[in-house]
Design a binder for this molecule. Sequence first.
Ligand SMILES: Nc1ncnc2c1ncn2[C@@H]1O[C@H](COP(=O)(O)OP(=O)(O)O)[C@@H](O)[C@H]1O
Ligand SMILES: O=c1ccn([C@@H]2O[C@H](COP(=O)(O)OP(=O)(O)O)[C@@H](O)[C@H]2O)c(=O)[nH]1
Length: 233
Amino acid sequence: MYKRVLLKLSGEVLSGESQKGFSEDHVEYLIREIKAVSEYGVKLGIVIGAGNLFRGRDFEGLRPTISDQIGMLGTVINALYLKDRFEHAGIRTVVVSQIVSLPSVKLINYDDIDLYFDAGYVVIFAGGTSNPFFTTDTGAALRAVEMKAELLIKGTKVSGIYDKDPKVYNDAVKYSVITYDEAIEKGLKIMDTEAFSICKRYNMKILVMNFFENNNLIKAIRGDNVGTLVVPK
Ligand SMILES: Nc1ncnc2c1ncn2[C@@H]1O[C@H](COP(=O)(O)OP(=O)(O)O)[C@@H](O)[C@H]1O
Ligand SMILES: O=c1ccn([C@@H]2O[C@H](COP(=O)(O)OP(=O)(O)O)[C@@H](O)[C@H]2O)c(=O)[nH]1
């Protein structure tokens, strides 16, 4: 069983695929999955995307430096939304970020992260990498290394990493295990090359799995390969 895990969730986990905003059904499902693992005493960090609100590329005509900042702010909105929903469900939660100063957001401080985990808090890292031109997948790779996670789980809407995009090609074949080098060389678009590279450099194991399959998260944390594992060799 993994004891220290960073979970990356796309914003669409909150809205449903290709939808915007927040879907009550999806949010309730997410809360159930997170509650089950937090009751196991797992030290859980979460990086949330903002695809349900804003992606930089949604804003035609805006400079990416600006539209990406709007996207990053979207991750803060999602993080605060989740904090309150989690706490209503009895999951103690802290939101940390480097990009905003707000009363309910704490500045990331490495020393404090262990204190939050030891006190039983789920830690939501908001703001991606804090830089335009990146994505929350890369943010997740950085935060996973920073929090000394044993595993980075990418919870998404496909069941793992395939040889080509399974939403486009019916005959796509899923990998059970793949190395960082293979994922980068084959240009598999499930995560950015930057995210794979950071994980490779720091030996951060990745599991890509379907977040919408009941109990997948708890199974993953118990050590089951419920999707595709990305490993050094
Ligand atoms: N080789 C691949 N294996 C699996 N999924 C892939 C691959 N190439 C592209 N994809 C696509 O990557 C997407 C993963 O998206 P995700 O990062 O969760 O959300 P977003 O689309 O919001 O960035 C899936 O919807 C899938 O269709
Ligand atoms: O380090 C980061 C992370 C995110 N973003 C912006 O925030 C948006 C939302 O993040 P992402 O697309 O990764 O969300 P997801 O697809 O996971 O919901 C991106 O489109 C970017 O515009 C950014 O500029 N830098």
